[in-house]
Design a protein around this ligand. Structure first.
Ligand SMILES: C[S@@+](CC[C@H](N)C(=O)[O-])C[C@H]1O[C@@H](n2cnc3c(N)ncnc32)[C@H](O)[C@@H]1O
Length: 288
């Protein structure tokens, strides 16, 4: 059940895409004075050393964050993301030498950095080792509450949030096949209570088709959707492997289509590991 630990994957190409989307959505939310909540249903440990034995085991970050550099970047969303990573690294005592990031922040830390005084973060993490790490990271932060609970199940109790504005990030490991159905069910229940929320659902692109079924289920919940994805890798010799990833958004900021139309080709240029690499951006009927 708890085989997945994000420390082995932190900073990989999937994190890069997901965290750029999260930051862009939060920057849009900040354009209004009214406070909002971020609900991270599958938060991870929050902070990862890229020198750790976990990160070094497969070195996934080498095909992700290590391929990006502020020195040769002009895309505004990628620049904003790299500047944020630089700031978070520095604040935690890591020097970014030669443009490399010794530490990689997870989604809750990225979100916490972007909160304004009245915004709130609610983060769920079930892993018996990672939940205490996340609690430690935020124990002095009054705006953040960490719950060692099932994020799928707990989400509906937080909706609608008091401010009636929220970004919900759902980023399960999908190590158990039932996660795909649980995502659709949790988002459906969330939408029933809070149809205006901005829902960001991360998914893996795998040779198996489970994720496509999940996307079909999510598309039935709303036509105000934007699905961005990037396939960077070919299947390995056994026909397996994480080929890429995507973020399915419900009620995305209207600015996201233009932002990602600019950012995705640049990201692909930097992160492609095969000549067949590709990206896609698909709008639901109400946005098309
Ligand atoms: C992909 S990782 C999260 C990464 C994080 N969102 C980020 O972007 O930095 C998924 C996390 O969900 C946790 N998890 C698995 N099932 C869960 C559940 N039902 N509720 C809350 N957390 C869960 C795992 O332990 C793992 O840390």
């Amino acid at each position: 059940m708890f085989a997945y630990r994000h420390a082995f994957h932190a900073g990989n190409h999937a994190d890069v895409l997901k965290h750029i989307v999260l930051q862009q959505v939060m920057q849009y939310m900040m354009q209004k004075d009214k406070p909002y909540w971020v609900i991270d249903t599958h938060a991870g440990a929050g902070i990862y050393s890229l020198a750790s034995k976990e990160a070094q085991t497969k070195g996934e970050y080498l095909q992700g964050i290590a391929r990006l550099s502020l020195q040769d970047e002009t895309d505004p969303a990628i620049v904003a993301y790299l500047e944020l990573l630089t700031r978070i690294n520095k604040d935690h005592g890591y020097a970014c030498l030669d443009g490399q990031y010794p530490m990689y922040p997870g989604s809750p830390l990225i979100a916490e950095y972007l909160l304004r005084a009245d915004d709130r973060l609610r983060a769920f993490e079930l892993h018996p080792s990672d939940a205490p790490l996340l609690e430690d990271l935020f124990h002095k932060h009054k705006q953040v509450k960490v719950f060692a609970e099932d994020g799928f199940h707990a989400l509906k109790a937080l909706l609608p949030p008091p401010t009636k504005r929220a970004v919900i990030l759902m980023d399960p490991p999908y190590e158990i096949k039932t996660d795909y159905d649980k995502v659709v069910q949790a988002v459906r229940e969330g939408m029933q209570r809070f149809a205006e929320g901005v829902y960001l659902i991360w998914y893996p692109i795998l040779p198996r088709a489970d994720y496509r079924r999940m996307l079909d289920g999510l598309k039935k919940l709303s036509d105000k959707t934007l699905n961005v994805s990037m396939q960077v890798q070919a299947p390995n010799a056994d026909g397996f492997g994480l080929l890429g990833s995507g973020v399915f958004m419900i009620n995305p900021p209207w600015t996201m289509t233009a932002t990602m139309t600019h950012t995705l080709p640049r990201l692909l240029e930097k992160l492609a590991q095969t000549p067949d690499a590709s990206y896609s951006l698909e709008q639901g009927a109400a946005l098309a």
